[in-house]
Design a binder for this molecule. Sequence first.
Ligand SMILES: [Zn+2]
Length: 76
Amino acid sequence: MCPRCKSLEVTRSRSRFRDTIMLWLGLKPYRCRECNKRFHLPAKVDRVLRRERALRIAAKERASDVPVSDGLDPFK
Ligand SMILES: [Zn+2]
C-alpha cells in the first residue's frame, strides 16, 4: 500500500495540523516502515488494511493455537 515501494508494512502516522485538512477529505496519514515515506490513504483503504491485519493475526493464532473446530479438528 506504500506508493513508493508497495510495502504493506505501513503504520498510522501521528496527525499533524495539515492532516486535519486531509481527514476532512477522507484521507488518513500513514508512514511506510520499509522506506519511511509519509503518505495519505482514503479511509476506505484504512478499513481494508485493518481487516487484512485482523485476518493475518487470526491466521497466526489459528496456526499456533490448539486447533479450533473448523471441520479439520483431528480430535473428533
Ligand atoms: Zn515504502
